[in-house]
Write a protein that binds this ligand. Structure first.
Ligand SMILES: C[S@@+](CC[C@H](N)C(=O)[O-])C[C@H]1O[C@@H](n2cnc3c(N)ncnc32)[C@H](O)[C@@H]1O
Ligand code: SF4
Ligand code: SF4
Length: 319
C-alpha cells in the first residue's frame, strides 16, 4: 500500500490535475555513476541503488498525483539491478510515457530487449561529441557498438542528446548527422553551471546555431528560449517546477529541479494538492537565465497564468 495519499486519502481528480498536476517527474533511481563528466553535479561514486520497494512506493505516489510521464534518471540508471522491473512497474501503474536517460555504456542486447518487453516508451541517450576528451567520454567512438545495438533492437523512441559546450563544437554537428543516419532523434542541450544558468563561449554559440539549423523546425521546444537567452542574455518564463514538473531525488525528496536541490525540498510521500498549487504559483528567482529545457517545456502551457510575487530565494542569484 502507498504509505501516504495525495489528497486526504484520494488521488487527484482530473480537474485538480488540469489545474496544477504534474506532466513529468524525473525519478533518481541511483545517484551512483560509472562516469565522471566534467560538467555534471548530479552523481557520486559511492551510493547504493535505491531499493526497488522504495521506488515502487514513490511511483505509486506519483501515480496518485496523476503524473503523466516518469523519466528514470541518476546518476546512471543502468547501474540499477532492477531497471527493467521498474519500467514494468511504471507500465502496470499506467504512466502514459515511461522514459529513461542513460550514458549508454552499460547497454547490452539483453537489456534493450528487457526494456522492450517491459514497455519503455522513450530513451534519451547522451552523446556529446565524437572522441573522448577531458570533460566527457560520452562520445560516438566508444559508444558506436551500443548505438548499433539500439538501432537494431530498440522498439522505443530514442533521442540522442549532446551537451553543447562539452566537446569541440564541430563534433556536436557530426553527432547530429550520425543520429539522423541511424534513425535516432537528435537534440542538443546547452551546458549550464551548478545553478542551471547558461555557460557558453562564442565558438560554442556558433556551433549551437549550426546545430539548430541542421535539426530544423523540430528543434525549437519551449518557445525558442535558447535563441532568446543567447541574443538577449535572459529568457524569462513562469517556472512551474514543483507542480507541472517534479524532480524526486534518491531519498524520495521533491525538488524544483536537479539544479536547485538546496533550495526547495519536500518529501514526496507528504506531497499534496496544496503543495502542487503553492509551487505552481511560486516564482523562481533563477527563471530568467534557466537552461533546464524539460522544465521550460513542462511550464509552457501555463505561461498565460499568473504567479505570486515572492521574496528572493536563498542560494539562487536573482535574475
Ligand atoms: C545527470 S544525467 C543522468 C543520466 C545519465 N547519466 C546521462 O548522462 O545521460 C542527465 C542529463 O543531464 C545532462 N547534464 C548533466 N550536467 C549538465 C550540465 N552541466 N549542462 C547540461 N546538461 C547536463 C547529461 O548530459 C544528461 O543528458
Ligand atoms: S554520465 Fe550522466 S550522471 Fe554520470 S557524470 Fe555524466 S552526466 Fe553525470
Ligand atoms: S527556473 Fe525552474 S527549472 Fe530553471 S533552474 Fe530555476 S527552478 Fe530549476
Amino acid at each position: 500500500m502507498p504509505d501516504a495519499s495525495a489528497v486526504n486519502g484520494r488521488a487527484l481528480d482530473i480537474r485538480q490535475w488540469m489545474l496544477y498536476g504534474p506532466f513529468l517527474a524525473q525519478l533518481v533511481i541511483t545517484r551512483r555513476c560509472n562516469l565522471s563528466c566534467g560538467y555534471c553535479s548530479e552523481f557520486d561514486k559511492t551510493s547504493d541503488p535505491v531499493p526497488f520497494d522504495d521506488l515502487a512506493s514513490r511511483l505509486r505516489k506519483l501515480r496518485e498525483l496523476k503524473t503523466w510521464a516518469v523519466c528514470l534518471t541518476g546518476g546512471e540508471p543502468c547501474l540499477h539491478p532492477r531497471l527493467p522491473d521498474l519500467i514494468g512497474e511504471m507500465r502496470a501503474l499506467g504512466f502514459r510515457r515511461r522514459q529513461m536517460i542513460t550514458n549508454g555504456y552499460k547497454l547490452t542486447k539483453d537489456l534493450i530487449e528487457a526494456f522492450n518487453e517491459n514497455g519503455l516508451t522513450d530513451m534519451q541517450i547522451s552523446v556529446d561529441g565524437v572522441v573522448p576528451n577531458e570533460t566527457t567520454v560520452k562520445t560516438l567512438q566508444p559508444l558506436r557498438k551500443k548505438l548499433s545495438l539500439l538501432a537494431e533492437h530498440a522498439r522505443f523512441k530514442v533521442v540522442m542528446s549532446g551537451v553543447i559546450g562539452s566537446a569541440p563544437p564541430a563534433e556536436a554537428i557530426e553527432v547530429i548527422d550520425f543520429a539522423r543516419e541511424n534513425g535516432f532523434i537528435p537534440r542538443i542541450l546547452l551546458i549550464h553551471d551548478e545553478n542551471g544558468q547558461l555557460k557558453l563561449n562564442p565558438e560554442e554559440l556558433a556551433a549551437y546555431r549550426e546545430a539548430k539549423r541542421k535539426i530544423g523546425s523540430r528543434f525549437e521546444d519551449a518557445d525558442g528560449y535558447r535563441e532568446q537567452l543567447i541574443q538577449e542574455g535572459t529568457a524569462p518564463f513562469k517556472c512551474r517546477a514543483g507542480s507541472r514538473y517534479l524532480y524526486v531525488d534518491e531519498f524520495g525528496q521533491v525538488h524544483w529541479c536537479s539544479q536547485t536541490r538546496g533550495v526547495f525540498t519536500k518529501n514526496l510521500q507528504q506531497y499534496s494538492f496544496d503543495d502542487l498549487k503553492t509551487q505552481f504559483y511560486t516564482p523562481k528567482d533563477c527563471h530568467a537565465t534557466c537552461t533546464v529545457g524539460c522544465v521550460r517545456t513542462a511550464s509552457i502551457y501555463d505561461q498565460w497564468r499568473g504567479q505570486k510575487n515572492g521574496a528572493p530565494t536563498p542560494g539562487i542569484p536573482a535574475a
